[in-house]
Design a protein around this ligand. Structure first.
Ligand code: IPE
Ligand code: IPE
Ligand code: MG
Ligand code: MG
Ligand code: MG
Length: 300
C-alpha cells in the first residue's frame, strides 16, 4: 500500500531545512568577515560576541521569503543578509547601553557593555555598522543593484529610519498617541524589515509596483514584530526571552493603548492584510507566509 505522508509535514520539513540553511550561511558569513577585523583583538572579540550569539536571524529569513517569490536563491542575498544582521546586531548593542535601555542581558548572555565595557560596546556598534556597508560594497553583486541596495539600506537604518525611531523612542513623552507610536515603530523596527522584504524585488529587478507591494508587506510585518516584542516585554519571562522583561515600563506602546486582546486582533488583521498582498504569488509565497506565522507564534 502507498504510504502517503501528509503534505504539511513535507512542507514544514522543507521550511525547517531552509531555515537551518539560512542560519548556517549567515553565521558563517558573519564569522568570516569578523575574523578579518584583527587590528584590535579586543574589539574583534567583542564584535564576535555581539554578532554571533544566537540571534533568530529573522531579517535574513524574510529575505529568503522575498527571494523565493522570484525563484532567486538565498545565496545571492548573502552579502545583504550579512550586512543587515551586522546593522541589527549593532542596533541591539547600542540599544542595551545604560544611556539607552540599560539592559543587562541580551540573547541569554550579559549584554555587550556588561560583558566588556560601555566604551567597547559603543565601538563595537560603530564597527559593526561600518562593516555592513563594506560587505555589500565589496561583494560581487551587480554594481547597479548593489548601489540601490546600499542606498536603501542606509536610509532604512539611518536618521530617517531606525536611528530616528530610536531617538523618538527615548524621547517618548511627546509621542503617546496611536499614530505617533505607529510612526515610531515603523521607523525603529519597520524600515529595516521592509528593506528585507523589498530586497527580493530589487534583486529580481521587478517593477516599481511589485517593489512597493513588498515594502508594504514589510511595514505590516514590522508592526507585527514590534507588537509581539512589546507583548513579550509585558508577559514574557526573562529566561526565555534572553533579555530583560518589563523593560518598557515607562514607555507607552501600542499594547498599552489597545490592551492585549485588541493587540492580538490587530496582529491577526495585519497578517491577513500581508497575506492578501502576497496572494497573487500563489504557492511561491508559502515560505514567506510561514515565516510571518512563526514570527507571531514566537516566545522570544
Ligand atoms: C529585537 O529584535 C529588537 C526588535 C526590533 C524587536 P529580534 O527579536 O529580531 O532580536 P534577535 O536578533 O533575534 O536577538
Ligand atoms: C529596539 O526595540 C529596536 C532597535 C532598533 C534596536 P526594543 O528596545 O524594544 O528591543 P529589545 O526589546 O531591547 O530587543
Ligand atoms: Mg529600545
Ligand atoms: Mg531594548
Ligand atoms: Mg522590546
Amino acid at each position: 500500500m502507498l504510504n502517503l505522508k501528509p503534505l504539511t509535514s513535507r512542507k514544514f520539513s522543507l521550511f525547517d531545512e531552509a531555515t537551518h540553511d539560512v542560519l548556517g550561511k549567515v553565521d558563517k558569513a558573519l564569522k568570516a568577515v569578523i575574523e578579518k577585523q584583527s587590528a584590535s583583538v579586543q574589539l574583534q572579540e567583542a564584535m564576535y560576541y555581539a554578532a554571533l550569539n544566537g540571534g533568530k536571524r529573522f531579517r535574513p529569513l524574510l529575505m529568503m521569503g522575498s527571494a523565493s517569490l522570484f525563484d532567486l536563491s538565498f545565496e545571492t542575498f548573502l552579502p545583504i543578509a550579512t550586512a543587515v544582521e551586522l546593522i541589527h546586531a549593532y542596533s541591539l548593542v547600542h540599544d542595551d547601553l545604560p544611556a539607552m535601555d540599560n539592559a543587562d542581558t541580551r540573547r541569554g548572555k550579559p549584554s555587550c557593555w556588561r560583558q566588556y565595557s560601555e566604551a567597547t560596546a559603543i565601538l563595537v556598534g560603530d564597527g559593526l555598522l561600518t562593516l555592513a556597508f563594506e560587505v555589500i560594497a565589496s561583494s560581487s553583486l551587480n554594481p547597479t543593484i548593489a548601489l540601490e541596495l546600499v542606498t536603501k539600506l542606509a536610509k532604512a537604518s539611518g536618521p530617517n529610519g531606525m536611528v530616528g525611531g530610536q531617538m523618538l523612542d527615548i524621547a517618548q513623552d511627546h509621542h503617546d498617541d496611536f499614530s505617533s507610536i505607529t510612526t515610531l515603530q515603523r521607523l525603529k523596527t519597520g524600515e529595516l524589515i521592509a528593506f528585507c522584504c523589498e530586497a527580493g524585488a530589487i534583486m529580481g529587478e521587478q517593477d516599481p509596483f511589485i517593489r512597493k507591494q513588498l515594502k508594504e508587506v514589510g511595514y505590516k510585518i514590522g508592526l507585527i514584530y514590534q507588537m509581539v516584542d512589546d507583548l513579550l516585554d509585558k508577559k514574557g519571562e526573562a529566561h526565555i526571552l534572553g533579555k530583560p522583561s518589563q523593560q518598557d515600563g515607562d514607555k507607552i506602546t501600542l499594547v498599552d493603548k489597545m490592551g492585549e486582546d485588541q493587540t492580538l486582533q490587530k496582529i491577526d488583521d495585519l497578517k491577513e492584510e500581508a497575506f492578501s498582498i502576497l496572494k497573487p504569488f500563489g504557492p511561491k509565497a508559502d515560505m514567506f507566509k510561514e515565516i510571518i506565522k512563526r514570527s507571531i507564534e514566537r516566545k522570544f
